[in-house]
Design a protein around this ligand. Sequence first.
Ligand code: ADP
Ligand code: MG
Length: 139
Amino acid sequence: MEFVTKGPEETQNLGRKIAADITGGEIFALTGDLGSGKTTFVQGLAQGLNISKRVISPSFIIMRIYDLGEKKFYHVDLYRLEEKIDTEIANLGLKDVWGKPENIVVIEWAEKIKKLIPKNAKWIKFENLKENERRIIIQ
Ligand code: ADP
Ligand code: MG
């Protein structure tokens, strides 16, 4: 599926729509350049999951966990990870997180750990078109 959004609200709306189908255990692997709308999309996902806390980019701490009651929403951002990436990922304990039905995981810059991402992940590619336009391709 391919979408072109004209402004951040539309990208958030798309995230909200995708969130409506979430049942648990999903892994979303987001790829695309800086400013292509990944975090904006995650904000929409979070809204759709009734997370009231503001979703900000977890760049400096790599991972943020939002409690959904019975489930948990993991927002991972690998932007700043360059070296020893496998070790860092191991330290995050993601292997024990993704795949569990109670966890929903979204990873920005997932291309950095492509080989580690489980096969059942849904890949979503973000592209900068114009200042306010983004192409979003959902696998
Ligand atoms: P990323 O996480 O991919 O680096 P962000 O979501 O943090 O990107 O930033 C996207 C920026 O682009 C925001 O400043 C947002 O307001 C702006 N923007 C403009 N048009 C769009 C659009 N159609 N979709 C998403 N963001 C957009
Ligand atoms: Mg981001």
